[in-house]
Write a protein that binds this ligand. Structure first.
Ligand code: 1CP
Length: 346
C-alpha cells in the first residue's frame, strides 16, 4: 500500500490533515467567462467533451483560479448512452435531448460495438491531464450511476416527474432491469478504461437517486452500484470510489452498507451532526454546502462553511457543495470559499 502525498487521496484513505481538501462538483462551467469562451470556440457542448485539447483546457481553468485539491475530468455523464448509439444533442439553454428508449425492443438500438472508439477522445483527455495538472492535484474520473443514466435514456432528457422511467421500472421490472444491466456493463468498461488511463479516484453521480421509494431504491440504486464497485475493485483494489446518491435521505446508510463505496458525497439537505455520528464513523464524507450559498456569498456563506468545517472537519472530510456550481455563481465568491477552507482552522 502506498501512502499518497496528495491531500485529496490521503483523505480518501481515511487520514486527516491540517485542513480538509476541497473541490467543487461542476467546478468547470458556465459561471467562468473563460469557459464560455472555449465553449463558443468548440461550437457545441458535445464537441467540447470530445476535443481533448479543449476539454483539458476547461478542466484546468478552475484550478488556475482557485487551486482545488482535485481536478475532475471534463466530460458529461451522458457520453455513455451516446457511445452506446443513442442519439444525443444538447440544445442551448434546454439541456440534453435523447431519442427515448422505452421498451425491450428499443434496447436493440443500443450496441457496444463502437463504445470505446466513441469514447477514445475522453481517454485522450485523461492522458493529457495526467501531466497538465499540478503535482499536488488529484485527477477524478466519473460516470453517472445506472438509475440516473436510465432516467435520461428513457425520458429523453431532463424530467421533473420521472413518469416514463418509473412506469417502465414498476410495470416491467425485468425488462427495465435489462436496460440497467446494460448500463452497468458499459459503466464498468468505461470506468475501467478511465482507471487504466490514469484517473486516481472515481465519483459515481446518482443525481436522481432520491426520487425512488425504498424497494426500487434497493433494486435500481444500491444493487447496480454494488455491482460496479465490486467489478472495479476486483481489478483495481486501490482505486477510491466516491458515491453520490443525491437525496437518499434515510437510505444513505443502507447505500453505504450495500454498495461498498469508499467515500460518500452528501447533498445539501443532510444534517451535519447526523452525518458526523452516523456516516463519518464508517467512511470519509464529502459535501455539502448549498450551491446557492455560494451564489449568495458574504457572511451567510462564511457561517455555513464554518459550521461544516467545524462539524465534519476533524474526521476524514472533503469539502464540496451538496450539488453542482450554478451558472449565476460570482467567480469572486468561489475565491472567498477557497480562502475560507485553506485558512481553516485559524
Ligand atoms: O453548454 C454547456 O456548457 C452545458 C452545461 C454542462 C456542463 C458544463 C453540461 C450539460 N454538462 C457539463 C459538465 C459536467 N456534467 C461535468 C464536468 C466536470 C465538472 O464537474 O466540472 C460533470 C461531472 C457532469 C455530470 C452530470 N451531467 C450530471 C451529474 C451531476 C449533477 O449535476 O447532478 C448530470 C445529471 C448531467 C446531465 C446534464 N448535462 C448537462 C446538463 C445541463 C445536465 C443536467 C440536465 C438536467 O437538469 O437534468
Amino acid at each position: 500500500m502506498t501512502f499518497p502525498n496528495k491531500l485529496f487521496l490521503r483523505t480518501l484513505t481515511g487520514k486527516t490533515s491540517s485542513r480538509p481538501p476541497f473541490w467543487l462538483m461542476r467546478q468547470a462551467g458556465r459561471y467562468l467567462p473563460e469557459y464560455r469562451a472555449v465553449r463558443t470556440q468548440a461550437g457545441s457542448f458535445l464537441a467540447l467533451c470530445f476535443d481533448p485539447a479543449l476539454a483539458t483546457e476547461v478542466t484546468l481553468q478552475p484550478l488556475r483560479r482557485y487551486d482545488m485539491d482535485a481536478a475532475i475530468l471534463f466530460s458529461d455523464i451522458l457520453v455513455v448512452p451516446h457511445a452506446l448509439g443513442q442519439k444525443l444533442d444538447y440544445l442551448d439553454g434546454e439541456g440534453p435531448r435523447l431519442e427515448p428508449i422505452r421498451t425491450t425492443q428499443d434496447l436493440l438500438r443500443l450496441s457496444q460495438e463502437r463504445f470505446h472508439q466513441t469514447l477514445a477522445p475522453v481517454y485522450e483527455t485523461i492522458d493529457r491531464l495526467k501531466t497538465a495538472i499540478p503535482a499536488h492535484t488529484a485527477l477524478i474520473g466519473f460516470a453517472g450511476s445506472p438509475w440516473t443514466i436510465a432516467t435520461y435514456m428513457v425520458e429523453g432528457g431532463a424530467t421533473k416527474e420521472f413518469v416514463e422511467v418509473k412506469r417502465w421500472a414498476y410495470r416491467d421490472p425485468a425488462g427495465f432491469s435489462a436496460l440497467i444491466d446494460l448500463i452497468v456493463d458499459a459503466t464498468i468498461d468505461y470506468l475501467s478504461a478511465q482507471i487504466r488511463t490514469g484517473v486516481e479516484a472515481i465519483q459515481l453521480f446518482d443525481s436522481w437517486a432520491g426520487v425512488l421509494p425504498e424497494p426500487a431504491f434497493r433494486r435500481f440504486v444500491i444493487e447496480p452500484t454494488r455491482r460496479i464497485v465490486t467489478a472495479l475493485k476486483t481489478h483495481n483494489p486501490e482505486i477510491p470510489i466516491i458515491g453520490f446518491p443525491r437525496g437518499a435521505g434515510l437510505l444513505y446508510l443502507d447505500y453505504v452498507r450495500g454498495t461498498g463505496i469508499d467515500a460518500l458525497a452528501l447533498d445539501t439537505t443532510v444534517p451535519l451532526i447526523w452525518a458526523a455520528r452516523t456516516l463519518q464513523t464508517r467512511l470519509p464524507i464529502q459535501g455539502n454546502l448549498d450551491p446557492v450559498l455560494l451564489v449568495a456569498g458574504g457572511s451567510p456563506m462564511a457561517e455555513a462553511v464554518h459550521e461544516i468545517l467545524h462539524t465534519l472537519g476533524p474526521k476524514p472530510f472533503i469539502f464540496n457543495l451538496g450539488h453542482g456550481v450554478v451558472q449565476s455563481t460570482p467567480p469572486e465568491h468561489v475565491a472567498d470559499l477557497a480562502e475560507l477552507i485553506k485558512s481553516w482552522p485559524h
